[in-house]
Write a protein of this length. Structure first.
Length: 337
Protein backbone atom coordinates (compact mmCIF):
# COMPACT_ATOMS: atom_id res chain seq x y z
CA UNK A 1 0.00 0.00 0.00
CA UNK A 2 0.99 3.65 -0.44
CA UNK A 3 1.24 4.24 3.32
CA UNK A 4 3.68 1.33 3.63
CA UNK A 5 5.88 2.65 0.80
CA UNK A 6 5.79 6.09 2.39
CA UNK A 7 6.96 4.70 5.73
CA UNK A 8 9.91 2.93 4.11
CA UNK A 9 10.99 5.91 2.01
CA UNK A 10 10.62 8.55 4.71
CA UNK A 11 12.00 6.44 7.57
CA UNK A 12 8.89 6.92 9.71
CA UNK A 13 8.41 4.15 12.30
CA UNK A 14 5.40 2.03 11.33
CA UNK A 15 3.69 -1.02 12.80
CA UNK A 16 0.89 -3.02 11.17
CA UNK A 17 -1.77 -4.74 13.25
CA UNK A 18 -3.70 -7.46 11.42
CA UNK A 19 -7.03 -7.67 13.27
CA UNK A 20 -10.42 -9.32 12.91
CA UNK A 21 -11.79 -6.03 11.48
CA UNK A 22 -8.92 -5.54 9.02
CA UNK A 23 -5.47 -3.97 8.96
CA UNK A 24 -4.56 -1.08 11.25
CA UNK A 25 -1.49 1.02 10.35
CA UNK A 26 0.14 2.78 13.30
CA UNK A 27 2.70 5.54 12.94
CA UNK A 28 4.94 5.70 16.00
CA UNK A 29 6.30 8.88 17.59
CA UNK A 30 9.55 7.38 18.83
CA UNK A 31 11.27 10.74 19.48
CA UNK A 32 8.48 12.11 21.66
CA UNK A 33 7.80 8.84 23.54
CA UNK A 34 10.87 6.60 23.15
CA UNK A 35 10.17 4.27 26.09
CA UNK A 36 6.56 3.60 25.09
CA UNK A 37 7.49 3.08 21.42
CA UNK A 38 10.39 0.72 22.21
CA UNK A 39 8.12 -1.25 24.52
CA UNK A 40 5.39 -1.51 21.86
CA UNK A 41 7.79 -2.47 19.03
CA UNK A 42 9.58 -5.17 21.02
CA UNK A 43 6.33 -6.71 22.25
CA UNK A 44 5.16 -6.85 18.62
CA UNK A 45 8.43 -8.50 17.59
CA UNK A 46 8.00 -11.09 20.34
CA UNK A 47 4.45 -11.87 19.10
CA UNK A 48 3.19 -10.80 22.51
CA UNK A 49 -0.02 -9.31 21.14
CA UNK A 50 -0.87 -12.16 18.75
CA UNK A 51 -4.29 -13.60 19.56
CA UNK A 52 -5.13 -10.99 22.22
CA UNK A 53 -8.58 -9.38 22.31
CA UNK A 54 -9.85 -5.83 22.63
CA UNK A 55 -11.32 -6.38 26.07
CA UNK A 56 -12.81 -2.93 26.75
CA UNK A 57 -15.04 -0.85 24.48
CA UNK A 58 -16.54 2.54 25.39
CA UNK A 59 -18.36 3.85 22.34
CA UNK A 60 -17.23 7.27 21.07
CA UNK A 61 -14.49 7.25 23.70
CA UNK A 62 -11.86 4.45 23.57
CA UNK A 63 -11.20 0.82 22.56
CA UNK A 64 -8.63 -0.91 24.77
CA UNK A 65 -6.45 -4.01 24.23
CA UNK A 66 -2.96 -5.41 24.72
CA UNK A 67 -3.69 -7.67 27.71
CA UNK A 68 -2.64 -11.30 27.05
CA UNK A 69 -4.98 -12.48 29.82
CA UNK A 70 -7.95 -10.68 28.29
CA UNK A 71 -9.12 -9.53 31.73
CA UNK A 72 -7.90 -5.94 31.77
CA UNK A 73 -5.65 -6.59 34.76
CA UNK A 74 -2.73 -8.38 33.06
CA UNK A 75 0.23 -7.55 30.86
CA UNK A 76 3.79 -6.43 31.54
CA UNK A 77 6.40 -4.21 29.91
CA UNK A 78 9.71 -5.28 28.38
CA UNK A 79 11.51 -3.54 31.23
CA UNK A 80 10.38 -6.05 33.85
CA UNK A 81 8.38 -3.41 35.73
CA UNK A 82 6.01 -0.52 34.88
CA UNK A 83 7.74 2.38 33.15
CA UNK A 84 7.26 6.13 33.57
CA UNK A 85 4.79 8.34 31.70
CA UNK A 86 6.08 10.39 28.77
CA UNK A 87 4.08 13.59 28.23
CA UNK A 88 4.88 15.95 25.37
CA UNK A 89 3.48 19.43 24.88
CA UNK A 90 2.75 18.84 21.19
CA UNK A 91 0.91 15.56 21.73
CA UNK A 92 -2.65 16.16 22.86
CA UNK A 93 -5.92 14.19 22.90
CA UNK A 94 -7.64 16.32 20.28
CA UNK A 95 -8.66 13.75 17.66
CA UNK A 96 -9.73 10.16 17.01
CA UNK A 97 -7.21 7.48 16.07
CA UNK A 98 -4.56 8.31 18.66
CA UNK A 99 -2.67 5.39 20.27
CA UNK A 100 -1.84 5.74 23.97
CA UNK A 101 -0.75 3.64 26.94
CA UNK A 102 -3.41 2.42 29.37
CA UNK A 103 -2.53 2.50 33.07
CA UNK A 104 -3.97 2.21 36.55
CA UNK A 105 -2.26 5.37 37.77
CA UNK A 106 0.82 7.57 37.29
CA UNK A 107 3.92 5.80 35.93
CA UNK A 108 2.14 2.43 35.77
CA UNK A 109 2.58 1.53 32.08
CA UNK A 110 2.80 -2.12 31.01
CA UNK A 111 1.56 -3.63 27.74
CA UNK A 112 -2.02 -2.37 27.46
CA UNK A 113 -2.88 0.41 25.03
CA UNK A 114 -6.00 2.04 23.55
CA UNK A 115 -7.31 3.84 20.47
CA UNK A 116 -9.29 7.06 20.85
CA UNK A 117 -12.68 7.17 19.11
CA UNK A 118 -13.09 10.93 19.56
CA UNK A 119 -11.56 13.94 21.26
CA UNK A 120 -10.72 12.98 24.85
CA UNK A 121 -9.24 16.06 26.60
CA UNK A 122 -9.95 14.52 30.03
CA UNK A 123 -7.09 12.05 29.39
CA UNK A 124 -4.47 14.76 28.89
CA UNK A 125 -1.33 14.35 31.06
CA UNK A 126 -2.72 11.08 32.40
CA UNK A 127 -1.80 8.73 29.54
CA UNK A 128 1.23 8.60 27.25
CA UNK A 129 0.44 9.18 23.56
CA UNK A 130 2.94 7.30 21.39
CA UNK A 131 1.34 7.02 17.93
CA UNK A 132 -1.63 7.45 15.61
CA UNK A 133 -3.65 5.34 13.16
CA UNK A 134 -3.09 6.46 9.57
CA UNK A 135 -4.83 6.34 6.19
CA UNK A 136 -8.02 4.44 5.45
CA UNK A 137 -7.30 2.00 8.27
CA UNK A 138 -8.75 4.67 10.56
CA UNK A 139 -12.18 3.35 9.52
CA UNK A 140 -11.23 -0.11 10.75
CA UNK A 141 -10.68 1.06 14.32
CA UNK A 142 -14.17 2.57 14.24
CA UNK A 143 -15.49 -0.94 13.53
CA UNK A 144 -13.94 -2.10 16.81
CA UNK A 145 -16.61 -0.23 18.77
CA UNK A 146 -19.51 -1.71 16.79
CA UNK A 147 -20.08 -4.53 19.28
CA UNK A 148 -22.50 -5.28 22.12
CA UNK A 149 -21.02 -4.81 25.59
CA UNK A 150 -22.05 -5.75 29.12
CA UNK A 151 -22.32 -3.49 32.16
CA UNK A 152 -18.54 -3.70 32.65
CA UNK A 153 -17.84 -2.31 29.16
CA UNK A 154 -16.66 -5.75 28.06
CA UNK A 155 -17.70 -6.84 24.53
CA UNK A 156 -19.79 -9.98 24.29
CA UNK A 157 -17.99 -11.00 21.09
CA UNK A 158 -14.66 -9.16 21.19
CA UNK A 159 -12.47 -8.46 18.19
CA UNK A 160 -8.83 -9.53 18.37
CA UNK A 161 -5.32 -8.94 17.05
CA UNK A 162 -4.38 -11.80 14.75
CA UNK A 163 -0.72 -10.85 14.28
CA UNK A 164 1.61 -7.85 14.03
CA UNK A 165 4.26 -6.70 11.55
CA UNK A 166 7.06 -4.16 12.02
CA UNK A 167 7.15 -2.14 8.79
CA UNK A 168 9.93 0.17 9.93
CA UNK A 169 11.81 -0.31 13.18
CA UNK A 170 13.45 2.82 14.65
CA UNK A 171 15.28 0.71 17.26
CA UNK A 172 17.86 -1.42 15.47
CA UNK A 173 19.38 -2.56 18.78
CA UNK A 174 16.29 -4.45 19.97
CA UNK A 175 16.92 -8.13 20.64
CA UNK A 176 13.58 -9.94 21.04
CA UNK A 177 13.31 -12.19 24.06
CA UNK A 178 12.66 -15.89 23.44
CA UNK A 179 11.42 -16.58 26.96
CA UNK A 180 7.82 -15.91 26.07
CA UNK A 181 7.79 -18.27 23.11
CA UNK A 182 9.49 -21.07 25.03
CA UNK A 183 6.99 -20.68 27.86
CA UNK A 184 4.07 -20.91 25.43
CA UNK A 185 5.47 -24.13 23.91
CA UNK A 186 5.94 -25.64 27.38
CA UNK A 187 2.35 -24.74 28.29
CA UNK A 188 1.14 -26.48 25.12
CA UNK A 189 3.09 -29.64 25.99
CA UNK A 190 1.61 -29.69 29.49
CA UNK A 191 -1.89 -29.31 28.06
CA UNK A 192 -1.40 -32.11 25.54
CA UNK A 193 -0.20 -34.45 28.29
CA UNK A 194 -3.02 -33.56 30.63
CA UNK A 195 -5.62 -34.52 28.01
CA UNK A 196 -4.87 -38.22 28.54
CA UNK A 197 -5.06 -38.02 32.35
CA UNK A 198 -8.20 -38.89 34.26
CA UNK A 199 -9.12 -36.21 36.77
CA UNK A 200 -10.95 -38.00 39.56
CA UNK A 201 -11.13 -34.86 41.69
CA UNK A 202 -13.90 -33.58 39.39
CA UNK A 203 -16.13 -36.45 40.50
CA UNK A 204 -18.13 -36.44 43.71
CA UNK A 205 -16.90 -39.99 44.34
CA UNK A 206 -13.31 -39.33 43.34
CA UNK A 207 -11.51 -41.57 45.87
CA UNK A 208 -13.77 -44.57 45.22
CA UNK A 209 -13.39 -44.21 41.47
CA UNK A 210 -9.63 -44.06 41.81
CA UNK A 211 -9.58 -47.23 43.94
CA UNK A 212 -11.81 -49.07 41.44
CA UNK A 213 -9.52 -47.97 38.63
CA UNK A 214 -6.48 -49.37 40.46
CA UNK A 215 -8.20 -52.69 41.23
CA UNK A 216 -9.32 -53.10 37.62
CA UNK A 217 -5.78 -52.45 36.39
CA UNK A 218 -4.30 -55.03 38.79
CA UNK A 219 -6.90 -57.65 37.83
CA UNK A 220 -6.42 -57.16 34.10
CA UNK A 221 -2.63 -57.41 34.53
CA UNK A 222 -2.90 -60.57 36.65
CA UNK A 223 -5.31 -62.45 34.39
CA UNK A 224 -4.16 -61.18 31.00
CA UNK A 225 -4.48 -63.95 28.43
CA UNK A 226 -6.71 -66.03 30.74
CA UNK A 227 -10.48 -66.40 31.00
CA UNK A 228 -11.94 -64.60 34.00
CA UNK A 229 -14.79 -65.50 36.35
CA UNK A 230 -16.59 -63.79 39.17
CA UNK A 231 -14.19 -65.49 41.59
CA UNK A 232 -11.24 -63.87 39.81
CA UNK A 233 -12.56 -60.32 39.60
CA UNK A 234 -14.37 -59.99 42.93
CA UNK A 235 -13.76 -60.79 46.58
CA UNK A 236 -17.40 -61.67 47.35
CA UNK A 237 -17.46 -64.04 50.38
CA UNK A 238 -20.87 -65.39 49.25
CA UNK A 239 -19.31 -67.05 46.19
CA UNK A 240 -18.32 -70.69 46.69
CA UNK A 241 -14.70 -71.58 46.06
CA UNK A 242 -15.49 -75.30 45.42
CA UNK A 243 -16.38 -76.36 41.84
CA UNK A 244 -19.56 -78.42 41.44
CA UNK A 245 -19.01 -81.58 39.36
CA UNK A 246 -22.11 -83.06 37.77
CA UNK A 247 -22.14 -86.43 35.95
CA UNK A 248 -24.13 -85.06 33.02
CA UNK A 249 -21.61 -82.26 32.52
CA UNK A 250 -18.72 -84.74 32.72
CA UNK A 251 -20.27 -86.98 30.08
CA UNK A 252 -20.90 -84.08 27.69
CA UNK A 253 -17.45 -82.57 27.93
CA UNK A 254 -15.23 -85.56 28.71
CA UNK A 255 -14.08 -85.83 25.11
CA UNK A 256 -12.90 -82.20 25.12
CA UNK A 257 -11.24 -82.16 28.51
CA UNK A 258 -7.57 -82.64 29.31
CA UNK A 259 -6.47 -84.85 32.20
CA UNK A 260 -6.01 -82.84 35.41
CA UNK A 261 -2.58 -82.55 36.93
CA UNK A 262 -3.56 -83.46 40.48
CA UNK A 263 -6.06 -86.38 40.53
CA UNK A 264 -6.01 -86.70 44.30
CA UNK A 265 -7.03 -83.10 44.84
CA UNK A 266 -10.03 -83.47 42.50
CA UNK A 267 -11.11 -86.61 44.32
CA UNK A 268 -10.89 -84.73 47.58
CA UNK A 269 -13.07 -81.98 46.15
CA UNK A 270 -15.75 -84.50 45.08
CA UNK A 271 -15.70 -86.13 48.53
CA UNK A 272 -15.93 -82.73 50.17
CA UNK A 273 -18.87 -81.87 47.95
CA UNK A 274 -20.76 -85.01 49.03
CA UNK A 275 -20.06 -84.24 52.67
CA UNK A 276 -21.41 -80.76 52.23
CA UNK A 277 -24.58 -82.11 50.65
CA UNK A 278 -25.13 -84.45 53.60
CA UNK A 279 -24.33 -81.67 56.02
CA UNK A 280 -26.72 -79.35 54.21
CA UNK A 281 -29.57 -81.87 54.46
CA UNK A 282 -28.86 -82.37 58.13
CA UNK A 283 -28.66 -78.65 58.87
CA UNK A 284 -31.86 -77.93 56.95
CA UNK A 285 -33.77 -80.51 59.01
CA UNK A 286 -32.35 -79.11 62.26
CA UNK A 287 -33.31 -75.58 61.28
CA UNK A 288 -36.88 -76.75 60.69
CA UNK A 289 -36.98 -78.10 64.21
CA UNK A 290 -35.91 -74.76 65.54
CA UNK A 291 -38.74 -72.97 63.76
CA UNK A 292 -41.54 -75.31 64.81
CA UNK A 293 -42.09 -78.65 66.56
CA UNK A 294 -42.19 -81.75 64.32
CA UNK A 295 -45.16 -84.11 64.88
CA UNK A 296 -44.47 -87.62 66.23
CA UNK A 297 -43.82 -90.15 63.45
CA UNK A 298 -45.71 -93.45 63.31
CA UNK A 299 -44.09 -96.77 62.25
CA UNK A 300 -45.06 -96.49 58.57
CA UNK A 301 -43.74 -92.99 58.36
CA UNK A 302 -40.48 -94.00 60.05
CA UNK A 303 -40.13 -96.91 57.63
CA UNK A 304 -40.68 -94.74 54.55
CA UNK A 305 -38.28 -92.16 55.94
CA UNK A 306 -35.65 -94.85 56.48
CA UNK A 307 -36.10 -96.07 52.91
CA UNK A 308 -35.69 -92.54 51.57
CA UNK A 309 -32.45 -92.15 53.51
CA UNK A 310 -31.15 -95.45 52.14
CA UNK A 311 -32.01 -94.38 48.60
CA UNK A 312 -30.22 -91.08 49.11
CA UNK A 313 -27.14 -92.88 50.48
CA UNK A 314 -27.12 -95.28 47.52
CA UNK A 315 -27.49 -92.38 45.14
CA UNK A 316 -24.54 -90.57 46.69
CA UNK A 317 -22.46 -93.75 46.68
CA UNK A 318 -23.24 -94.22 42.99
CA UNK A 319 -22.19 -90.61 42.29
CA UNK A 320 -18.89 -91.20 44.10
CA UNK A 321 -18.32 -94.42 42.21
CA UNK A 322 -19.10 -92.82 38.84
CA UNK A 323 -16.88 -89.88 39.64
CA UNK A 324 -13.97 -92.16 40.52
CA UNK A 325 -14.45 -94.08 37.28
CA UNK A 326 -14.44 -90.87 35.31
CA UNK A 327 -11.30 -89.67 37.08
CA UNK A 328 -9.53 -92.97 36.39
CA UNK A 329 -10.57 -92.78 32.74
CA UNK A 330 -9.21 -89.23 32.42
CA UNK A 331 -5.93 -90.13 34.14
CA UNK A 332 -3.15 -90.31 31.51
CA UNK A 333 -1.79 -93.81 30.95
CA UNK A 334 1.94 -94.40 31.18
CA UNK A 335 3.58 -95.86 28.07
CA UNK A 336 6.66 -98.07 28.28
CA UNK A 337 9.49 -96.95 25.99
Amino acid sequence: RISHLYSYSSGIPFVLLVTSVGDIDIELWSKEAPKACRNFVQLCMEEYYDGTIFHRVVKDFIVQGGDPTGTGTGGESIYGSPFKDEFHSRLRFVRRGLVAMANAGPHDNGSQFFFTMNQTPELQNKHTIFGKVTGVTLYNILKLQEVDVDVNERPLFPHKIIRTEILFNPFDDIIPRVIKKVKKEEDKKIKSKSKATKNFSLLSFGEEAEEDEEQTFKASKKFSGKSKSSHDLTDDPNLSSVPVVENSDIEKTSSKRKAPDDMASIGDLVTEDVRKKLKKDDSSSSSQREVHEQPALDDDTKKSKSEEIKKEVKKLQKEIKDSKKELLRLKPRSHNP
